[in-house]
Structures are given as C-alpha cells and as structure tokens.
Design a protein around this ligand. Structure first.
Ligand SMILES: *Cc1c(COP(=O)(O)O)cnc(C)c1O
Length: 177
C-alpha cells in the first residue's frame, strides 16, 4: 500500500503555509491515476477552521482516509479517529487467525468521557450555524491587517479562523532565511 498524506489547505506543522484548493484537486487526480491512496490529515484544519466543516471539501475531493482529532471534542478532551472507505476497512476485516487485521488500539480507545465530549461538540455543529458565521474571521482580518506594514512582519495570511503572522528580522531578506 502506498499513500500521500496532506494537511488540506494549510500546512500547519511547518509555518502555516496556505495553498489553493486546486492543488488538492490535482493531487487527488494524480493519486487516482497512479492508484495511490490519499490521506487527509484534518486534525488541525477540520471542524470549520478553514470555513467549511473539513478543508478538503473546498476542493470537492474525497480522500481515502481522514484523520480527525482536536476540534472533534472542541478541545475539551483528547480523542482522535480515522475514517476510511468500506474498501479499505474490509481489506483489514477478517478472522483473527488469518492475520489480516490491522491491530490498532490504545489503552483508552473509545473513552466514554471523550466520546461524550465529541457528541456534545457534534451536536453544536448540527444545531448552531457556527461555521457559516464569518464575523469573527473578518474581525481577525481587520485587527491584524495593519501589521503587514510593520518592519518586522513579512506576511500576514489568513484562511478562515487561522491567521499567521510571519516575523522577520530584515524585511529585505524575505525568502532568504
Ligand atoms: C496535532 C496534530 C496531530 C497530532 O494529533 P494527535 O491527536 O495528538 O495524534 C497530527 N496532525 C496535525 C495536523 C496536527 O495538528
């Protein structure tokens, strides 16, 4: 099995690099062409952070595997989960003796308190229009816009509720670090 793993729309671990959703579409096409699985790590960008429930939805692609954590409990408890297609699930679903099973578990798998926190969080997403509320992200943009002119700020970039301020010692050396 071969796979590509990406953080949709924002490469958070690594300077909050934001990229166009077209990249995900082309990547998804290439993966399909070469029969490579596409894994979307939505741990940081999922649950409305970029303006849609999941980042990959802006590219209208369907990853083979999705990783979720952080926002799934609103940050109140630790919980993570992996979602996948029936095909991949079935490939590992077998009698124990056949040794096909992908043995993956943790001591506190399905911890009931963490799962309750996740259910409560998902209820809020269902009942309240939290993602469509763009007021806060527009407010953030307004608050930090003027920093672009600061001598030690080389970039202010934003995608939904993620705003990154890049600090630099010498603005003329941008990109030469
Ligand atoms: C935090 C983070 C992880 C690690 O998540 P855990 O639930 O702690 O395993 C992985 N990927 C991304 C993008 C993250 O932000």
């Amino acid at each position: 099995m071969c796979a590509v793993i990406v953080e949709p729309l924002i490469q958070c671990a690594g300077y909050m690099r934001m990229y166009h959703h077209k990249y995900l579409e082309l990547l998804s096409e290439a993966c399909r062409e070469y029969n490579i699985h596409l894994i979307a790590d939505e741990i940081a960008v999922g649950f409305g952070r970029t303006g849609t429930m999941f980042g990959f939805q802006q590219a209208k692609i369907t990853p083979d595997i999705i990783c979720l954590s952080k926002g799934i409990t609103g940050g109140y408890m630790t919980l993570s989960t992996i979602l996948t297609t029936d095909d991949i699930y079935d490939a590992f679903y077998d009698e124990y003796e056949k040794l096909n099973a992908f043995l993956h578990s943790h001591s506190y798998t399905a911890n009931p308190i963490a799962c309750s926190a996740a259910n409560a969080t998902l209820d809020i997403f269902k009942d309240k229009d939290v993602i469509k509320n763009k007021i806060l992200s527009a407010h953030m943009r307004k608050c930090f816009e003027s920093l672009k002119d600061h001598p030690h700020v080389s970039d202010v970039r934003q995608k939904g509720m993620v705003l990154a301020i890049e600090l630099i010692k010498d603005k003329k050396r941008k990109g030469l670090l």
